[in-house]
Design a binder for this molecule. Structure first.
Ligand code: NI
Length: 226
């Protein structure tokens, strides 16, 4: 599997499928590619905040790809003309050879449309098994059932927010790693704006003090192959 970080919480996973997660592209000051540069098979959306739902509707409408998210966000995207399937926390969805497990996230999920705030259901995360098991935590605070996610799905890679203020900071995220015990942890959701400014080396040092998981600090646009 190839994993590319597209800044913030947006990742492209290329295995048997091309999967785009939380496509915050157009308004993302760090996005290395434009919305027309993607042709995913599946877009997975963790929650309704604009920096996660992002351009899911635009990309899905143009490319005809499938969007997987909560029932509320799927319904919203269908209203925009996208092809979308709903699922909920604790369940799984199969697409080709891949399995998407939706996990709990301790966060909110309102959708802002014009000046209106729409109910977006619950925030979520995903474990995606497409040959390699990747846990994308979405936006979340630290919660103890991350141990359960580690035990149940045994993710080899964990993508975890470290930006603080709206999600876990480095200390909480390092503890999450020690509970999930992936082979590789990759920090996300930091340095996109000044309010979530972090030095990822702090997260890396904290993880190293707690467990033997390898931290890979990716550059924006960088691809790693596992
Ligand atoms: Ni959020």
């Amino acid at each position: 599997m190839k994993i590319t970080w597209l800044a913030h919480s947006c990742f492209e996973l290329v295995g048997s499928l091309n999967v785009l997660i939380d496509p915050y592209i157009q308004n993302n000051p760090l996005a290395p590619r434009g919305i027309d540069d993607f042709n995913p098979d599946v877009i997975a959306v963790t929650h309704g905040h604009a920096n996660h739902l992002g351009n899911a509707g635009d990309i899905a409408r143009r490319s005809g790809c499938l969007v997987i998210s909560t029932p509320e966000i799927s319904r919203y995207l269908k209203g925009l003309g996208a092809r979308a399937e709903g699922m909920n926390i604790g369940g799984s969805f199969r697409a080709g050879k891949s399995v998407f497990y939706m996990t709990y996230a301790m966060h909110s999920s309102g959708i802002i449309e014009s000046d209106h705030l729409l109910y977006g259901g619950e925030a979520a995360g995903f474990v995606i098994n497409d040959g390699v098991r990747v846990y994308h935590a979405g936006d979340t605070g630290l919660f103890y059932d991350m141990r359960l996610i580690g035990e149940l799905y045994r993710p080899e890679v964990a993508l975890l927010p470290v930006g603080d203020r709206f999600t876990m900071g480095p200390r909480e995220a390092a503890m999450a790693v020690s509970w999930i015990r992936p082979d590789i942890a990759i920090p996300m959701h930091y340095n996109t704006k000044s309010s979530i400014s972090q030095d990822p080396a702090d997260f890396q040092a904290l993880v190293e003090s707690l467990c033997d998981t390898e931290v890979i600090v990716m550059d924006v646009g960088e691809t790693i192959e596992l």
